[in-house]
Design a protein around this ligand. Structure first.
Ligand SMILES: [Zn+2]
Length: 116
């Protein structure tokens, strides 16, 4: 990923459910990303889950990837301002705000790409 203006990287045109366990974001620059709820629950960026250190990305364990635990409903996704989405997980946890910067950084289809 090179040269895309950051305002396109950090804006989206569509969020839709790909399955009860996974939703899709179509970004303003045309890139599509799939996010599993289990992955996002595991990597929830809120202070309660991450503490105050730098966030370390965690891979989804194979058994969870094969047998997803989180699903919608009960999980919900909603926009937060114009910079993020909020997610309420099936365990009721809802303090994680997933910024578009965070989501693009951890896009499963472009792991390792630097998004600044
Ligand atoms: Zn959290």
């Amino acid at each position: 990923m090179t040269g895309a203006p950051s305002e396109l990287i950090h804006d989206y045109t569509e969020i839709s459910w790909n399955s009860p366990h996974e939703f899709k974001i179509v970004w303003a620059d045309g890139h599509e990303s799939l996010y599993s709820l289990d992955f996002l629950r595991l990597n929830c960026p809120c202070a309660g889950c991450q503490g105050h250190g730098e966030q370390i990305y965690k891979d989804l364990p194979e058994d969870v990837a094969a047998n997803p635990k989180e699903s919608a409903p009960p999980a919900e996704v909603w926009p937060v301002g114009d910079y993020a989405i909020g997610i309420r997980f099936s365990d009721g946890h809802e303090t994680g705000i997933f910024s578009f910067r965070f989501l693009r950084r951890y896009c499963p289809a472009s792991q390792g790409d630097a998004i600044e």
